[in-house]
Design a protein around this ligand. Structure first.
Ligand code: CTP
Length: 403
């Protein structure tokens, strides 16, 4: 299965900002992920980082001058833009932004953008005062109106020692925006609620009952659904994972918190995916003081929590969402999955074998069997991100059966 950058032709335009050195790292990562990167530098950019650096990291010649490109590399001044799958301008200075907003074509970079037949993403990077200047803001509005994507700059400390908006964002967020531009937006218009991670049921101020869920499967679903154009709300138990770019996240601790957050938000969702490993039991009483080891044995008195998914199944017809559950099983996988699909009134269930080290809890890979009204489909052992995409493919088919 292909990764999103494999074989993609990306033109990276680098302009004259100190942040150009950061982008050198991005080129290295993109090249490792299989992208074919052509770097175009403005004259000012080559004063910050040498073209040789980008040539070495991309493995391709770097273009700095329109006429030199035509003579030495036998490419026409419009070829780069026309053959690319994506053009990224990062860092983009106020000057380049002004030129692009007005359709100027006085160097190879601006010519490439004007001739581009693919998405163009621009990462404004400059001093906050320059960014906030009405002239720059108007130029950014013009670029948006032209259909270009703007990668919002971050707030933080600048090279000029001031603090404010204008910093180049971190690679992980930029990576997601690049991938979204290269990905079919087949889930645009869908509002997807995803639950992820474990829940924690407090025993006393020091201890809780929980499970081995890392949240990786639910977060992979949230990240890929957002990349495919959906609006995503992630209701998450405690995990060490960062919030995927562009995803709204509500943090919860207990099964009761998750129940309340899901019930508050289910009415607005068109799809609900319950990937969380919810505690089935909670202590009947939470001790206010730390429980001391003054007895040889301790018996915990537990009470069942609400089955959130089952409750969602009962409300499905009223709210008209598509309902997807998971089943964590260590034996009789198919029979157990089939029972949960029926009993919880689901449209789709992803049955997870938690008995192996490379599937289920904590692993980066997964092997699930999908079950819906058309029967079982066994997915291969693949990364959780690839599994997420296949689950979303199936959800897409259930949403629009004729597509
Ligand atoms: N689930 C839920 N609320 C609970 C327990 C589970 O919403 N209190 C959801 C999970 O998010 C998952 C599905 O139900 O999507 C199946 O969870 P699983 O742990 O496999 O099964 P259970 O229904 O808890 O049954 P059992 O533990 O007996 O297998």
């Amino acid at each position: 299965m292909q990764n999103g950058f494999t074989g993609k032709k990306i033109v990276l335009g680098v302009t004259g900002s100190i942040a150009a050195f950061k982008v050198a790292g991005w080129v290295s990562t993109l090249a490792q992920e299989g992208a074919d990167i052509s770097v175009v530098m403005t004259e000012a950019a080559s004063r910050f980082v040498t073209p040789l650096t980008f040539a070495a990291l991309s493995g391709n010649p770097v273009f700095t001058d329109m006429f030199q490109a035509e003579e030495a590399h036998a490419i026409s001044h419009i070829q780069l833009g026309q053959e690319a799958d994506l053009v990224l301008i990062a860092p983009a200075t106020a000057n380049t932004i002004a030129k692009l907003a007005h359709g100027m074509a006085d160097d190879l970079l601006s010519t490439t953008v004007l001739a581009a037949a693919c998405p163009v993403l621009i990462a404004p990077t400059m001093n906050s005062k320059m960014l906030e200047n009405p002239a720059t803001q108007r130029n950014l509005t013009l670029l948006r109106e032209l259909g270009h994507g703007i990668i919002e700059p971050e707030f933080g400390k600048m090279a000029c020692k001031t603090e404010g908006p204008g910093r180049l964002p971190e690679w992980e967020d930029v990576r997601e925006q690049l991938l979204a531009s290269l990905t079919k937006q087949d889930l645009a218009g869908e509002k997807i609620l995803i639950t992820a991670g474990p829940t924690r049921e407090n025993l006393d101020p020091a201890r809780f009952l929980s499970n081995r869920s890392s949240g990786k499967m639910g977060y992979a679903l949230a990240r890929t659904a957002k990349r495919r154009g959906a609006e995503v709300l992630l209701i998450s138990g405690p995990t060490a994972l960062p919030t995927p770019y562009g995803v709204r996240r509500i943090n919860i601790q207990t099964a009761k918190d998750m129940h309340d957050a899901v019930m508050d938000n289910c009415g607005a969702a068109s799809v609900i995916i319950k990937a969380a490993a919810v505690s089935d039991f909670r202590p009947r009483k939470t001790a206010l003081e730390k429980v001391k080891k003054d007895t040889a044995e301790l018996v915990l008195n537990l009470k069942q929590t609400d089955d959130i998914l089952k409750k969602l199944g009962q409300k499905k017809e009223k709210y008209d969402y598509l309902l997807v559950g998971f089943a964590a099983e260590s034996s009789n996988l198919r029979a157990a999955g089939e029972k949960k699909l029926k009993e919880k009134n689901l449209d789709l269930i992803a049955i997870n074998d938690i008995g192996c080290s490379n599937t289920g809890f904590e692993a980066d890979t997964n092997q699930v069997t999908l079950l819906d009204k058309d029967g079982f489909t066994e997915l291969p052992l693949i990364s959780k991100e690839q599994t997420a995409n296949l689950i979303l493919d199936r959800i897409g088919k259930l949403l629009t059966p004729d597509s």
